[in-house]
Ligand binder design. Structure first.
Ligand SMILES: [Mg+2]
Length: 445
């Protein structure tokens, strides 16, 4: 089966240092026979201690490229599986793709890797919304492309309004396309439920319609069609998934991503009101929320497998410095910050730690804290099979992976050169797994 196009940011560019941008659980399925899958795992009868580390794998550029499986990916997963076809360590797949179903993505990965991947191992850009219970009973406006409504429902949202619902209820709001303007003055809608939050899943079609109606909802305090004397501020909560400014498709130049849509929304709101658009949460790589959720799912896998050892280290493997490396490094800063706070040591307010803490969501802690054990670090591993440097040799010095000069990250993320500097740079995902096994004294064969 061909993999659908996975949204991915092009290699990030940034401003000079110091400046701010303007801006569950069936694990691997039933064991497959060694002969049918050709696993080269541990010999039968030989046991190994439970793992104390886990993997976060980006998908496009690491395991697949477009419709093609990267050969090193299959080799890597042969090493990650035992002779029964069971994973030897916990693994999650983290992608900023969103306009798709998690079950389908898991099936695509199963076909690509020759292993059965569970949907509970797949984190799409919007997956952490599953834990935002405080919004699930609220009436939310959702923005994005199909299957946005189904995804919202699967995540737990019960009162969903789509942009199209809003257009139908208030036909006088969407006026850019003259062919869509009502021919006659429609009756006024008076019984529409107040919208209590806006959830931005991904880039919509007809941007002018979505931009106009979302702004209308914000300026009317969730009652579009009404006129308020003053701008309500702070506005109703906004949750946004996938901040990638651009992504690479078949075209030679990158395409607009959801980050570009957010950029438009933020700037229209600011121009109209003089105030900053605020986010209740930004979700998807490189946000801490997404890495928190990955840690949560890895700990759930450990429990289900009966591995009593605590997870100490996470290894995040990706091809995009701005999304994968930045995100892993930011989470590593967060983990250090938490560790220091717990030790009641003096924490100096570096930009990174301030950034890290600002992305913490105490309301979500109660869900994650049911799984004890402090992860000590999250190491970033950059591979050269995707966005980054795929035509060049592996640099001897990870500093050399930092090559671009314009920051394409989101407005609310500071740029710090160290955040896009990978802990390790390797040729491909097989080398990444081998490197981690060596560092963890884990058997390769
Ligand atoms: Mg990628």
């Amino acid at each position: 089966m061909a993999l659908s196009s996975v949204s991915r940011a092009v290699l990030a560019r940034w401003r000079p240092a110091g400046q701010r941008g303007t801006r569950g659980e069936k694990l691997w399925g039933p064991p497959r026979s060694r002969s049918s899958r050709g696993f080269a795992g541990r010999p039968p009868g030989v046991t190994q201690t439970p793992p104390t580390f886990g993997f976060l794998f980006d998908i496009d550029g690491v395991l697949v490229r477009g419709r093609h499986v990267i050969p090193a990916a299959r080799e890597a997963f042969q090493k990650l599986a035992d002779s029964d076809g069971q994973l030897r360590v916990p693994v999650v797949f983290v992608t900023n793709a969103g306009n798709c179903f998690r079950d389908l993505k898991a099936q695509e990965l199963s076909d690509a890797l020759g292993l059965e991947v569970s949907p509970e191992q797949v984190i799409l850009s919007h997956s952490p919304l599953r834990l935002f219970h405080q919004f699930h009973e609220k009436c939310v406006l959702v923005s994005g492309q199909d299957p946005v409504e189904e995804n919202a429902r699967h995540l737990g949202f019960k009162h969903i309004v789509t942009i199209e619902d809003l257009r139908r209820a208030f036909p006088l709001l969407d006026m850019v396309d003259q062919s869509r303007r009502p021919k006659e003055l429609p009756p006024q809608t008076t019984d529409f439920h107040t919208i209590e939050a806006v959830v931005l899943f991904g880039e919509p079609v007809r941007w002018e319609t979505s931009l106009q109606l979302i702004i209308d909802v914000l300026l009317s305090n969730g009652n579009p069609g009404t006129e308020l004397a003053a701008v309500p501020y702070p506005h109703i909560p906004i949750l946004a998934c996938n901040m990638d400014l651009l992504w690479m498709a078949e075209a030679k130049m990158p395409r607009f991503g959801h980050g570009t849509f957010l950029f438009c929304l933020e700037n229209i709101y600011k121009k109209m009101t003089g105030k900053e658009l605020r986010y209740e949460a930004l979700i998807g790589k490189p946000s801490i929320v997404t890495y928190h959720y990955a840690e949560y799912l890895i700990k759930r896998q450990m429990e289900r497998r009966g591995w009593a050892s605590p997870i100490r280290k996470l290894y995040a493997v990706g091809d995009n410095p701005m999304a994968d490396i930045y995100g892993a490094n930011l989470y590593n800063c967060y983990l250090k910050s938490v560790c220091q706070t717990q030790n009641q040591a003096e924490v100096k307010g570096s930009a990174m730690m301030t950034e890290a803490r600002s992305r913490d969501h105490p309301g979500l802690r109660k869900h994650w804290d049911i799984l004890p054990g402090l992860v000590e670090s999250c190491k970033s591993i950059l591979v050269c099979t995707g966005v980054y440097n795929h035509h060049k040799e592996v640099p001897a010095d990870p500093h050399e992976s930092v090559t671009e000069t314009v920051f394409h990250g989101h407005r609310d993320f500071c740029f710090d050169p160290s955040l896009v500097e990978a802990s390790h740079v390797v040729k491909d995902v097989k080398d990444a797994v081998e490197l981690v096994f060596q560092k963890e004294n884990w058997s390769w064969e």
